[in-house]
Design a protein around this ligand. Structure first.
Ligand SMILES: Nc1ncnc2c1ncn2[C@@H]1O[C@H](COP(=O)(O)OP(=O)(O)OP(=O)(O)O)[C@@H](O)[C@H]1O
Ligand SMILES: Nc1ncnc2c1ncn2[C@@H]1O[C@H](COP(=O)(O)OS(=O)(=O)O)[C@@H](O)[C@H]1O
Length: 173
């Protein structure tokens, strides 16, 4: 029915907002599924790392999975960092995917740091806990050039962001 690709840095709120929207849509009888990058990286994307090529392949696979659910009449929401315009354009062109930018300034994400990834990426490179390829710190994030919706989670609460997103989805059903 409708394929939505979220995009945004780790901790920006993609999974949080997607889950809240899913609950609201299900309450209204609209079948909805979330295709979460974290989850699929444990199964059909377990062979992929965080290089540009691997991240684009990740999005390609998530897009294919999401499109199968859409064909069965569901709203499918891809919740992945999805950092490259090239990969987002591919899903927009293949599946008419709508792009929703879950935006949050890096300084707020460093304060949230729910997974401890930012602390590790900001350590000295010689530190044993240092990680590389963290999007937004030591790996690229290309801001969407033509997002269909932008939600700034440093300005809106999860409930407010969910309300904007729900409104957007209903306009595109
Ligand atoms: N306005 C907001 N909207 C969404 N989440 C928020 C907001 N304010 C604070 N948070 C918190 O930020 C965190 C966002 O985590 P979440 O897992 O949803 O991010 P994510 O973008 O899916 O990250 P990842 O790419 O690592 O999976 C949660 O702990 C959430 O409670
Ligand atoms: N170096 C890293 N860069 C980004 N995310 C990482 C990294 N290492 C582990 N992760 C975890 O992997 C998840 C990102 O996976 P995806 O959303 O599937 O990424 S994407 O770039 O290919 O779209 C984040 O939720 C984060 O918890």
């Amino acid at each position: 029915m409708l394929l939505i690709q979220l995009t945004g840095l780790s901790g920006a709120g993609k999974s949080t907002i997607a889950n809240m929207v899913k609950t609201r849509l299900l309450d209204e009888g609209i079948p909805t599924i979330i295709i979460d990058g974290d989850e699929y990286r444990k199964t059909i994307c377990a062979d992929l790392g965080f290089s540009r090529a691997d991240r684009c392949e990740n999005i390609r696979r998530l897009g294919k999975v999401a499109s199968s659910y859409c064909q069965q009449g569901m709203v499918a929401i891809i919740a992945a960092i999805n950092p490259y315009q090239e990969a987002r354009d591919e899903l927009a062109s293949l599946y008419k995917a709508k792009t929703v930018f879950i935006h949050c300034p890096l300084r707020v994400l460093i304060e949230r740091d729910t997974k401890g990834l930012y602390r590790r990426a900001l350590l000295d490179a010689s530190h044993p806990e240092y990680i590389t390829n963290l999007t937004g710190v030591n790996d690229p994030y290309e801001d969407p050039s033509h997002a269909d919706l932008i939600l700034n989670t440093s300005l809106s609460s999860p409930e407010e962001a969910t309300a904007f997103f729900l409104d957007f989805i209903k306009k595109h059903l």
